[in-house]
Every structure is written in structure tokens, then in C-alpha cells.
Design a protein around this ligand. Structure first.
Ligand code: DC
Length: 236
């Protein structure tokens, strides 16, 4: 891949709740790049499936109905001028809060494992990055969506640290939270995300690894900025 107008593609992958999106959003803001949270896209499809009764009582998914509905599921991002960050819209409705609920969190992994869902969302993500100047975070960005991204980061942290962060985030938003339930959810999602057949979470060979278990947000920000500068220098 070649930088366009000196703008590059930055792929940030890693486990759930490891602070990827905070880092990615801050970097995009500093650079004036577009930020795309691909997890929000899988969460939006999950919310749609939940709302349309596509999960049976035993949590199996009516894949036929979902596949048929895919062309009608429109996901977009709009900048929230209050927070300075993009909000997620599902068919024109702001669902930023709904997609972060425990209900969506505990149903999203099987949805993200469906090949036809991945195919549709990956296509949209590649379209969003065509003009470069983008920071995208997810699980398969450096491996599948943009295998030629100029800068790839793989973020990791212990499951306990990640569960604590999600707990704090929910509490801060005034939402219900139970630490043990969250930890169980984090571990289950790690397992499904790394073991699924289609695009499992794995580190790209050329990704730079960041274990942020014991790092503060400003420290991570500094680390990332440095990696960005080194990449730009290399590209000349
Ligand atoms: O990053 P997150 O926790 O919001 O992601 C929600 C779910 O979506 C998670 O179970 C993994 C999945 N996901 C994925 O499979 N591929 C991506 N590019 C992003 C998220």
C-alpha cells in the first residue's frame, strides 16, 4: 500500500475491552483521520437481530432471516459535536448506547462468526478506507480488511484488567454492571473470537504488539504516536 497525500491506513486489532477504541479515537482525532469502530458494526447487526426476534430461546440464530435482512441493515457513523467522537447509527437511529448493553455484548460473538455477516461488513469497511487517512479498530483489520495497512497494532491486556475497564465504563454511564458477569463475558468472547472458523482474531505477522495491562492512557497514547512517527519516517 502507498500513502495517499501522505495519509496512511492504521489497523488496530486486539481482544475485547483492551482500550483499543480509546487509543484509536484519540489518534484519529490528533491526526485528523477518520475513525471507524468495526465492533460497533457487528454490535449493530446484533441489535437488529435481537429486535427482530432472530434469536431463539436457546440463542440459536435464524440465519436465513438475517441473511435476507442484511441489505436492509444500514450502518453509518456521524460525528457527535458534543463528544467530538462518532456515534453509530442503525437505519438512521442513533444506537450508540443500546449497542454497548450487556444484552448485545452477550449475543454479538455468534453474529460476528457468521461468514455472510463478515463478508458484508468487510466490504463496507474496505470502501470506507479507500481514500486512506483512516484508523480502524477491530479483530481482523490487519489480517483481512487491510492486509497492506502501513501501520498495524495488536493490543492485548489480561482478562481481569479488561473486565475491570468495561465495568468502570458501564458504571460511569450509569448502566447496570456485575464484575463477575463481565469477566465471564470477556473470557467467553475471547474464546469464540480466537476459535471461530472465519477470520479468527490473530496477530498479523507484521503487527506491533502492545500489552497495556500496566499502562496508563497517556502512556499508550505516547507509544502509539511514536509508532506512527516512525512509520511515516520509514515511508519517507
Ligand atoms: O470490539 P467490540 O467488543 O465492540 O466487538 C464486538 C464483537 O464483534 C466481538 O465479539 C468481536 C466482534 N468483532 C469482530 O469479529 N471483528 C471485528 N472487526 C470487530 C469486532
Amino acid at each position: 500500500m502507498e500513502a495517499k497525500n501522505n495519509r496512511i491506513v492504521i489497523a488496530i486489532d486486539g481482544f475485547s475491552s483492551c482500550g483499543k477504541s480509546t487509543m484509536a479515537k484519540d489518534l484519529a482525532k490528533d491526526l485528523g483521520y477518520i475513525y471507524v469502530d468495526t465492533g460497533a458494526m457487528y454490535r449493530s447487526v446484533t441489535l437488529y437481530a435481537l429486535r427482530h426476534g432472530m434469536f431463539a430461546a436457546d440463542n440459536t440464530i435464524d440465519t436465513e432471516a438475517l441473511q435476507k435482512a442484511m441489505p436492509e441493515i444500514n450502518i453509518s457513523f456521524r460525528l457527535n459535536t458534543g463528544t467530538g467522537r462518532p456515534d453509530t447509527f442503525l437505519n438512521g437511529e442513533c444506537v450508540e448506547k443500546e449497542i454497548r448493553s450487556m444484552e448485545v455484548s452477550s449475543h454479538v460473538s455468534p453474529i460476528a462468526a457468521l461468514p455472510f455477516v463478515r463478508q458484508a461488513l468487510v466490504r463496507q469497511q474496505q470502501e470506507m478506507g479507500k481514500e486512506k487517512g483512516i484508523v480502524m479498530d477491530g479483530r481482523d483489520i490487519g489480517t483481512v480488511v487491510f492486509p497492506d495497512a502501513e501501520l498495524k497494532i495488536f493490543v492485548t491486556a489480561s482478562a481481569e484488567v479488561r473486565a475491570q475497564r468495561r465495568y468502570d465504563e458501564l458504571k460511569q454511564k450509569g448502566m447496570a454492571a456485575d464484575f463477575n458477569e463481565i469477566l465471564k463475558n470477556v473470557e467467553e468472547r475471547d474464546y469464540i473470537d480466537t476459535h471461530r472458523e472465519t477470520s479468527p482474531l490473530k496477530q498479523a505477522d507484521d503487527a506491533l504488539v502492545l500489552d497495556n495491562s500496566n499502562m496508563t492512557i497517556p502512556e499508550q497514547k505516547e507509544w502509539l504516536k511514536q509508532k506512527f512517527e516512525e512509520t511515516m519516517e520509514k515511508l519517507g
